[in-house]
Design a protein around this ligand. Sequence first.
Ligand SMILES: *Cc1c(COP(=O)(O)O)cnc(C)c1O
Length: 450
Amino acid sequence: MSKLAIFGGEPAVTYVGSGKNDGSDLIKWPVVTDEDREAVLEVLNKGGMSGTDVTKEFEKEFCEWVGAKYALGTNNGTAALHAAMYGVGLGHGDELICPSITYWASCTSAYALGASVAFADVDPNTLCIDPKKIEEKITDRTKAIMVVHYCAHPADMDPIMEIAKKHNLKVIEDVSHAQGGKYKGRNLGTIGDIGAASLMSGKSFAIGEAGILWTNNLEIYERAVAFGSYERFNTGNIETDYLKEFAGLPLGGYKHRMHQLSAAMGRVQLRHYDERCVEINKAMNYFRDGIMDLPGVRIIKVDESDGSTMAGWYVPVGLYNSEELGGLSISRFCEALRAEGVPVNPGINRPLHTHPIHNTADIYNNGKPTRIRFTSTDIREMDKDLPVSATINKKAFFFPWFKHFRPEIIDQYINAVRKVCENYKELLADDKGDPEVLGGWHRFNHSKKS
Ligand SMILES: *Cc1c(COP(=O)(O)O)cnc(C)c1O
């Protein structure tokens, strides 16, 4: 095989430029066509940006697609999750169990409800919350479990729902990475009490700054509406008795209204989403098959034999096994791949339990770190309490996320990975190892509890 690019050889991925077939739109997302442009322009020309008519149509279509009775569009996924937390009754002094490996918005708004967060470890094979690690986090304050279908892999919902039932807990599904995915044939977000998702541009279902929540429970839905959607919170359309007298103003003091340019785009994207996911799956499966026999690396994929799916496969996670490559660090491995033209960096999300906002910040002047202001015992975790989350960034990274089935270009990526895995011994000599902290967002100052 040819010389590694990191040592001056030809890079395996050779295409450059921005035309249609030279590969650049292989990664680009979302796919935007004239249909999106026309829908957005129609709202713009009508001056309907802050209305709710288009959003309500989008919600109705989303409900039909996902199989839920009620949906509420919001201005982003963080707002949808916040309203969902309020919807299930999370409040003052309660605890929410959340995986440590996820985006911060899965749990951080709990503090604004006066609640706290307990982090649970993730399963090393799926990177979703590990059902076996949930019960140890339950206290008499626990109110709900936040399940994240991380990077499109469905979390193991059956045991999670069993635990929730046994302890009388609510389950919120954060579907920001997995819209359209299934767990044993059931749509994600319809198994727990409520589903919520980001629809931000970078996400799987991407329509700009937007979010949505959905549920079959009228009271949960109406609480979510009452929380931050004042114009939808009217005596005429609210059936939950105890909410009626407050109609007209948002109970949470928030404004969550979805921008209708996003809603218009959402209606168009929804019509094409499933079909685009089929193509993404074809492309990602082709890539996965091409590197399957290699030592050192594999792609996380759900076992589809029981009707579970990866939806739009946001974003493919590579699991790295340094032992199979003579102890080569993930940093050196990714460096060699980057030289071959594959844009990868070591690490995924940084574990949330290590960030000071969850450890030392006294956000609301309680004279105590916000996270433990109501707890008699300190619930904050150390790395040893969450061993998988604490070390995952030396074992995982994001592979490129292919949106189109273009085997001739994907082959170049396959060859790049093959080249690095097969010639790993050449990389060992100059391997400086990993820095102390990997993954996450560089502007975030994750540090140990002090
Ligand atoms: C992006 C994301 C969110 C937050 O959504 P925004 O639209 O950015 O507010 C929440 N949870 C997960 C898992 C996410 O990836």
